[in-house]
Design a protein around this ligand. Structure first.
Ligand SMILES: C[S@@+](CC[C@H](N)C(=O)[O-])C[C@H]1O[C@@H](n2cnc3c(N)ncnc32)[C@H](O)[C@@H]1O
Length: 228
């Protein structure tokens, strides 16, 4: 199974043993299988815009005899769901703008989401906050040398106030202080330094300084204090 850790991170946020979860853009179907096997949902509505992709989920559910628990549907985003039909929707492995489009077209149907964008996470966070979603969890997972932001968001009736740093780096990374976030910061710092060697850029220098400051504050400052 590909990239197990990032899918497990999604699964661990879901605890609906008698509930229904939609997996929008299910493709291979690994998440649907994981959710059923770990009893994190009673039923998964696995959807995909591509009939070829959803065929992979269908084949997987047949192979593991999970056809009753995994229902496959073809269609765009949340259009294939009825209002109130699912307790939670996962949208993972698409770009941030693609996820925004999906939410824009259909979000009244579902109140609770787990989102794992492949890129443009800052734009997605800004969209969520400005559209009265409350981000309850937002953290980085490192899986096979790639970093995945994993966001839990719920509909709310007020605008959540996040700091610019929380929008840029993800709310719960600051509390979790995970090893994956530390590695993300180190990777970010090295990448920015590499680019800055080639050409000067004030925004890049500022980003580098922010990442270095967070790294020191969350990890190195503490170990420095402990060692003294
Ligand atoms: C890279 S795969 C991600 C699969 C899985 N969710 C994951 O995280 O590993 C993206 C899948 O999303 C599907 N997709 C893209 N846009 C979609 C949309 N608007 N509605 C439903 N599925 C979509 C694609 O066909 C593809 O199968």
């Amino acid at each position: 199974m590909r990239a197990v850790k990032r899918l497990k991170a999604i699964a661990e946020l879901i605890n609906l043993p008698s509930g229904v979860v939609a997996d929008i853009g299910a493709d291979h179907g690994y998440l649907a299988k994981l959710l059923i096997e770990e009893k994190r949902a009673k039923k998964v509505l696995a959807t995909d815009i591509s009939s070829l992709s959803i065929e992979k989920t269908r084949n997987l559910s047949k192979r593991y005899n999970l056809e009753k628990q995994i229902e496959c549907r073809v269609g765009d985003g949340l259009a294939v769901l009825k209002s109130g039909e699912v307790d939670l929707a996962v949208v993972a492995g698409m770009g941030g703008y693609e996820i925004i489009k999906i939410l824009e077209k259909g979000s009244p149907k579902v109140d609770h989401y787990i989102l794992q964008p492949a890129q443009n996470v800052i734009e997605l966070r800004k969209y969520l906050v400005s559209h009265k979603f409350k981000i309850t969890k937002d953290f980085i997972v490192k899986d096979k040398n790639k970093f995945y932001n994993t966001i839990e968001a719920k509909k709310s009736n007020r605008v959540q106030k996040l700091t610019p740093m929380e929008i840029e780096y993800g709310l719960t990374n600051f509390d979790l202080r995970s090893e994956d976030f530390r590695q993300y910061l180190l990777h970010d710092i090295e990448t920015r330094k590499g680019i800055l060697k080639e050409k000067k850029s004030v925004p890049l220098e500022e980003r580098l300084a922010r990442s270095e400051k967070i790294l020191f504050k969350l990890y190195e400052g503490e170990s420095h204090a402990r060692n003294n």
